[in-house]
Write a protein that binds this ligand. Sequence first.
Ligand code: ZN
Length: 289
Amino acid sequence: MPDIKPEFFINLPNPGMIDMTRPAIFFLLFLATNASLVLLYPFSLSRLLLATLIYAAGTVLMLYLLFHPRNQWLVANRSRVEGVGCVALTFDDGPNPVDTPKLLDMLREKGVKATFFVVGKRADQYPEIVRRAWAEGHLVANHTWSHHSLFCFLMPWRLRAEIERGTESVRRSCGFRPRFFRSPVGLRHPLLGLYLKDAGLEYVSWSIRTRDTLTANSSVLAQRILNKAASGDIILLHDHLPAGADVMLEALPRVIDELRERGFEFVLAGPREDACGRTVEPAACEPAP
Ligand SMILES: [Zn+2]
């Protein structure tokens, strides 16, 4: 295997442009899409067709910008890791008091480091698990405070609070402000890029959606990942699921072993640095307020 020197930094195409111009353009797109309905008066078939066309095109474009996990237009993001033969395992939605410790045991046994995008309110419930992940060499990142399912429709103040409170939970658990962020289900928000910049956070997406949340058979899950995995992939998994993460925990050892046999190396989705780019060491846990 050649020397692996992963590069993690995101080159923002033009941060100044992203600041307010794109949220404003998105807002105008929203207004124009809805304003197209005035074409219906006075009513005629040709006006109905024109209004339908404009409304459908505007809606599809807005849905793409808000829902596609790798689109760069609203938020610059990275969905791959550099380095030949490198792949990154990422676990969202934890910590879970039962499954996350089992996962950490398995990763320790296999000698694999991974990235945990933790939900702030769960990190406050189980800070010792988050701290253990950090202390064992994994990367801990912000996955918002409450994992709001309508993240892309949040009011601006709520969006900022979701980001800031998520960061504070990681800081209380591990002693540093995280540098990386992923939103619930990869949803975007017109103001997300602006607020992430304020919080010193970089968005990390994924290139393989494993659908572990919908899969009941560990062999199917393992095979799906093994069929897709290629150099540079960031793999999305979950260590907290309503029905438990047993399927993922059963599938993962086979995935790790087979990918290693193919020559892959497991890396973190970014460096263990804080929001200011400083290398961080484990510090004392602070209790949640
Ligand atoms: Zn999530």
